[in-house]
Design a protein around this ligand. Structure first.
Ligand code: B1M
Length: 211
């Protein structure tokens, strides 16, 4: 669809105003929010990642694409999240220490809220101790850890160790996700589950809570 390609192009170019305008227009013409997300925003961001890898795009430009994505996600959120639904459980989520990527984590949070879960979002660059304190304070059923760098994924392990050392491991299920992680890595570091994307994260949380 031509308009979705326009949206992806505007995101790649970091034009936040145009991304917002196109998002609204697509919603008004009845295009599903999931389609806007997958075929517009995520498709565009995948190109940004490729251009970043090959040195065609630099950090300031990538940041502009990221703000454009945030602007669009803000518009999509009310269409993805049902209001006034009874909570199916509390999820605590954050991007681990050293990692400044939060778009994927935010998307997972939106989809979980859309499925009726209550979300406590600790943000990005979250040290292990902050997760430990937040578990004590909020008593979530599930803790979600996100990482996008091969270097910071190791902080998922230290976070799980800190939760263990605080004697809280048996009180929560832990799910991990992010581009560099896998089911094998989840098994290796003692997480309860891994999800490849936001839709699978919702399925995994439901599965963990049903077990
Ligand atoms: Co950076 N970055 N970045 N970056 N960045 C990547 C991740 C990279 C793959 C780009 C590349 O080189 N091709 C590369 C990592 C290489 C590696 O480690 N193997 C990289 C790098 C190198 C860096 C810097 C080191 C660059 C530098 O400084 N030289 C630097 C690190 C900063 C830091 O974190 N300390 C850096 C910085 C940044 C920005 C700040 C500019 C910006 C982030 C802005 C923000 O998030 N607010 C940025 C961006 C935007 C990207 C790319 C282009 C896009 C990430 C994204 O938002 N994707 C990314 C390349 C790419 O992934 N294609 C890249 C869209 C999002 C919807 O997908 O985040 O994968 P994703 O989330 C998915 C799944 O992963 C999963 O579900 C989500 C939704 O479907 N998921 C979970 C994520 N968390 C989950 C948790 C779950 C379950 C599923 O359960 C709890």
């Amino acid at each position: 669809m031509r308009e979705l390609q326009d949206l992806a192009d505007a995101l790649i170019n970091g034009y936040a105003d145009r991304v917002s305008k196109l998002t609204n227009e697509l919603l008004e013409t009845g295009v599903e929010p999931q389609t806007i997300l997958n075929e517009g925003l995520i498709a565009g961001m995948t190109v940004v990642g490729e251009k970043m890898r090959t040195g065609e795009m630099y950090l300031p430009e990538v940041l502009q694409s990221a703000s454009a994505m945030h602007a669009s996600l803000k518009l999509l959120k009310p269409h993805l999240v049902k209001e006034g639904v009874e909570s199916r459980g509390k999820i605590l989520m954050g991007t681990v220490k050293g990692d400044m990527h939060d778009i994927g984590k935010n998307l997972v949070g939106i989809m979980l809220q859309g499925a009726g879960f209550e979300l406590v979002d600790l943000g990005l660059n979250v040290p292990p101790q902050k997760f430990v304190e937040a578990i004590g304070m909020h008593q979530p059923a599930v803790v979600g850890l996100s990482a996008m760098l091969t270097t910071t994924m190791l902080n998922m392990k230290t976070t799980i160790e800190a939760i263990n050392n605080a004697g809280l491991r048996s009180k929560v299920k832990i799910i991990i996700g992010g581009a560099p992680v896998s089911q094998k890595f989840a098994d290796d570091i003692g997480a309860d589950g891994y999800a490849r994307d936001a839709v699978k994260a919702v399925d995994k949380v439901k599965e963990l809570l049903a077990a």
